[in-house]
Write a protein that binds this ligand. Structure first.
Ligand code: PFF
Length: 471
């Protein structure tokens, strides 16, 4: 990106690219499971509040280590995102003959992932194969220049995903028992709402799902003309993204209701854990379509895979550009080292019997601590220590905005958001120290979660100390 900066040909160009980055596995795989684990309906209120916090936020501060922290976060996200992406890719093929059978949970954990007890690093060839294909595709796109291919893929597969997905959700809500699942999703559980972890999860997910807080939107926004209606675009992207994931939540919870109905059990008891929810629920709905489900399932998982690949490319763009800028590497060199290095680590880690354990722990730490922590510090820096800059930004945005930023926005950004995030983050860290997370052994948590944290901190410190080699 060293050539003179291009502009988006139209405002819609930016909006489409932003939606392309935002809509991905986060919407279909992550949202339903995080909602499920955080009290179902209870999660929706913090979630809706969280949407309005990061939307108009921009980072322009002189704080390089913060930037590197975020670069480290994107690297980690890229490494585990590829794993979930390869699951979606594999399910394209399992759709033929609906190889997941009737017990989709057993198929996912035992037949496909061959999930082991504790940390077991034995090799699982089928996972290895999926990862190699995903990384090869991603590297190819990265080497080949991103714009045109990704734009084309977004244009074809995003609408396809929306159509197939809508059909799937309509089918899901017609299944017997669906209503019970939907009740679980839409009934606010006030008790869970008083839990700070639910709030942290809501903010973490919104940042992740909107791709905000990692420099992606910052980069995309740098291609905008100066006179742009930022709040309007932000609202369109946020609405599109959230509609999509609420729809995913409806589909998944309806399927849970159906599973509970078939098993004569309670909605809360039909699956053992959240993280695989999408891969348990969607195959169930697909199978309910009968023989036509084969092709349908293939197309659904294919479009999900493409949506994930475009998000994956946008994730990797951040560390690739960061190292190019910092160390004066060429684009190809940066792709080889950064994406190639991530590919090797990712393929080794996630082709083991512990793939889902790694995904679960890394996803939890990267989002709740990595993303929220980075976002929180940015907000504090901007709204507490760079007041003049914030005023300037606000003024600039308001000049062209359809929806103006006013006092309530200012108050949210300066007081409510930082203080509540600070509290939720602090309390969650304390609880992780005391009780761990997800029932994993302390040694596993320290190694994986602690490793991720160390990576963020060391990366942030080290790279901001390295001298710029950029001309
Ligand atoms: N927003 C993407 C999704 O919902 O799948 C994932 C993502 C993209 C996360 C880019 C982080 C990121 F930097």
């Amino acid at each position: 990106m060293t050539e003179t900066r291009e502009n988006w040909s139209a405002r819609s160009g930016f909006i489409i690219a932003a939606i392309g980055s935002a809509v991905g596995l986060g919407n279909i795989w992550r949202f339903p499971y995080v909602a499920y684990e955080n009290g179902g309906g209870a999660f929706l209120i913090p979630y809706l509040i969280a949407i309005f916090a990061p939307m108009a936020y921009k980072k322009l501060m002189n704080a390089e280590s913060l930037g590197w922290w975020q670069v480290m976060v994107t690297l980690i996200i890229g490494i585990y995102y590829a794993s979930v992406l390869s699951w979606a890719g594999s399910y394209m093929f399992y759709s033929f003959g609906q190889q997941w059978g009737t017990d989709t949970q057993d198929f996912f954990f035992n037949t496909y992932l061959q999930n082991g007890e504790g940390l077991s690093l034995g090799f699982v060839p089928v996972l290895f194969f999926g990862l190699v294909v995903v990384w090869a595709a991603v590297m190819l796109i990265l080497y080949g220049g991103v714009r045109r291919g990704v734009e084309l893929a977004n244009k074809i597969f995003m609408p396809l995903l929306v159509i197939l997905f809508s059909i799937l959700v309509i089918q899901a809500v017609r299944l017997p028992g669906a209503v019970d699942g939907l009740n679980a999703f839409f009934t606010p559980n006030w008790e869970a709402m008083s839990n700070y972890k639910v709030w942290l999860a809501a903010f973490g997910h919104i940042f992740f799902s909107l791709s905000v807080g990692f420099g992606i939107m910052l980069t995309y926004a740098s291609y905008l003309k100066r006179k742009t209606n930022l709040t309007g675009s932000g609202i369109v992207v946020a609405l599109a993204n959230s509609s999509f994931e609420i729809l995913a939540g409806i589909g998944v919870f309806a399927a849970l209701g159906f599973m509970a109905f078939s098993a004569g059990a309670n909605v809360e008891d039909v699956v053992s854990g959240g993280i695989g929810l999408a891969f348990i629920a969607f195959p169930k709905i697909i199978s309910s379509l009968g023989a036509g489900g084969d092709l349908f399932g293939f197309l659904f998982f294919a479009s999900l895979t493409v949506a994930g690949i475009t998000s994956m490319v946008s994730i990797l763009q951040v560390p690739i550009a960061a190292f190019q800028d910092k160390l004066g590497w060429s684009k190809n060199k940066s792709v080889t080292i950064i994406a190639g290095g991530s590919a090797v680590i990712s393929t080794l880690m996630f082709s083991t019997h512990s793939a889902i354990t790694f995904v679960d722990i890394i996803d939890y730490f990267a989002n709740n601590i990595g993303i929220v922590g980075g976002g929180l510090i940015s907000i504090i820096l901007l709204s507490w220590f760079r007041r003049p800059l914030m005023k300037q930004l606000e003024g600039h945005v308001n000049q062209f905005a359809s929806v103006k930023l006013g006092r309530s926005w200012n108050f949210m950004l300066t007081v409510i958001t930082p203080l509540s995030l600070l509290m939720a983050l602090g309390l969650t860290l304390k609880s992780i120290m005391a009780e761990g997370y997800g029932g994993y052994a302390a040694s596993t948590l320290w190694m994986v979660g602690g490793g991720v944290m160390a990576f963020f901190i060391l990366g942030a410190i080290l790279f901001s100390l390295v001298k710029d080699r950029h001309s």
